[in-house]
Design a protein. Structure first.
Length: 163
């Protein structure tokens, strides 16, 4: 009987080749995922503070701190309201800030909102409005925004409602 030998020049079988390709793909995906997920270090956790905003029968707007795990981190609270087709108004002195609260004068009156720093603390926007000589009432609907300034220097909207 004569034996025939066949010559095979392949160094690696097809199955080993597929396994190597899958391994390279998995390693590449892991490297890309590690790079992408490490970029999210700048995202901070949101603060949780419960704020209740409602309009009373007299037309005033009542804002109450309902608590939450991050109430103790509040440094200051700032309240604005925006009547229909109007500009945002500082709820303490009736000023109309150009681009949000004016940081130069913000802390001159922000302590007036500090009752909202504690659980159960409240602030009321009177039905006749605030400021002088032109009081702007919180007409219906009015958009109310409560911003919290926290001890670590960050700020976040902690309450917002249309009343």
């Amino acid at each position: 009987m004569v034996r025939k030998y066949s010559k095979n020049d392949e160094g690696v079988s097809a199955v080993i080749g597929v396994i190597l390709m899958v391994a390279i793909t998995v390693i590449l995906a892991a490297v890309i995922a590690a790079f992408v997920f490490s970029m999210s270090n700048g995202v901070s956790k949101p603060y949780t503070v419960g704020i209740t905003i409602k309009k009373t029968t007299s037309g005033a707007v009542s804002i109450v701190n309902s608590g939450g795990p991050d109430v103790g981190q509040l440094e200051h609270v700032y309240v604005t309201y925006q009547p229909v087709n109007g500009a945002a108004i500082n709820a303490y002195n009736g000023e109309v800030p150009a681009d949000g609260p004016d940081t130069d004068t913000l802390f001159d009156y922000i302590e007036k909102f500090d009752a909202l720093k504690t659980v159960g603390g409240s602030f009321t926007i009177p039905a006749e409005g605030v400021g002088s000589p032109n009081k702007v009432p919180p007409t219906t609907p009015t958009h109310v925004i409560v911003t919290g300034y926290f001890k670590d220097g960050k700020q976040q909207v902690i309450g917002e409602a249309d009343v």
